[in-house]
Design a binder for this molecule. Structure first.
Ligand code: F6P
Length: 325
């Protein structure tokens, strides 16, 4: 029996621990582990290698993904999927463990429909935007990086009586910004999922500044740069012109996608991977996604994951409501 692992789409911390657990656990189960390099692009190009202990030695603490990743357009075309299938056949690989987001799962679901390659998807994205799971691998590390950066920016903002606008990643989802605003003590949180009232935020900030507030921390989700939301630049202009406080913007960008995985992400990597391999070994066919809710793991179909848009839980949104008025 041979199982291959691949990482696809945006990388995240926790992927390397997952790859290491995958190889170690496969050997325990007397299964030959394979590594597919460069995500779906590597699958098409046959960038596949039987894994040894050495391939994954010393990667537990590293961010990113040792087997690299890609966002593949070619995989949408049948001709390239066929080529990918031929590559798997050469190595007698009939099962795949894929770490990525819902787009990657959809791609493998099509691959399963075409050629019957059995797979399990592990939700892995800092955006935490996959429907059906409350947690995606990499989120805890990303949140800790945002926390470190926000703490540092607050230091310098307070030295100058300035406001700072910190933009987090998350694509269309405000989860990273929301949790960061709650846990970093921000005064303002602007995300696509929460209605906000700049006029009343403004009144509150002016009052607080009059009463001695020396700095203002605003956290804004990158998704606000689209839609009807106030963008990072607009927020800076508003703070300077309306609130009359000198303001600097920090766009955290890809720093949030790297860094040493936290203990929580290492543990989640181990659990996601162990249960997924058990699933691949006990089932003979199909495609599913492992999800985590209320401290429990279960397997759901790709159709279920794709059936709805991910929504942030109401109780979490509730905690930030005082930051939007
Ligand atoms: O999906 C993860 C993510 O980091 C998003 O938060 C962000 O919008 C996007 O990927 C950035 O993609 P890229 O690395 O291709 O610029």
């Amino acid at each position: 029996m041979a199982i291959a692992i691949m990482t696809s789409g945006g990388d995240c911390a926790g992927m390397n621990p997952a790859i290491k657990h995958f190889v170690d656990y496969c050997y325990t189960k007397e299964v030959q582990p394979y590594l597919i390099y460069d995500g779906l692009e590597g699958l098409i190009d046959g960038n596949i290698k039987a894994a040894t202990y050495e391939d994954v030695a010393g990667i537990m603490h590293e961010g990113g993904t040792k087997i690299r990743s890609s966002r593949s357009k070619r995989f949408f075309e049948y001709e390239y999927r066929k080529q990918a299938f031929e590559n798997l056949k050469k190595h007698k690989i009939d099962k795949i463990l894929i770490l990525g987001g819902d787009g990657s799962f959809r791609a493998l679901n099509q691959f399963y429909k075409d050629f019957g390659v059995h797979f399990v998807g592990v939700p892995a994205t800092i955006d935490n935007d996959i429907f059906g799971t409350s947690y995606c691998l990499g989120v805890d590390t990303a949140l800790n990086i945002i926390r470190g950066a926000t703490d540092a920016v607050r230091d310098t903002s307070s030295s100058f009586r300035r406001a700072c606008v910190i933009e987090t990643m998350g694509r269309d989802c405000g989860y990273l910004a929301l949790v960061s605003a709650i846990t970093c003590g921000a005064e303002v949180c602007i995300i696509p999922e929460l209605e906000y009232d700049l006029e009343s935020i403004g009144k509150r900030l002016k009052e607080e500044i009059k009463n001695g507030r020396k700095y203002v921390v605003c956290i804004v989700a990158e998704g606000c740069n689209k839609d009807k939301c106030t963008s990072t630049n607009q927020l800076v202009q508003w703070l300077e012109n309306d609130i009359k406080i000198e303001t600097r913007a920090t766009i955290l960008g890809h720093v949030q996608r790297g860094g040493n995985p936290t203990v929580f992400d290492r543990l989640m990597a181990s659990k996601f991977v162990t249960y997924s391999i058990d699933k691949l070994l006990s089932d003979q066919e199909g495609g599913s996604v492992i999800v985590y809710n209320d401290s429990k793991f279960e397997f759901v179909t790709i159709d279920y994951v794709n059936s709805q848009k991910y929504e942030i839980r109401e109780d979490l949104l509730e905690l930030a409501k005082r930051l939007v008025n």
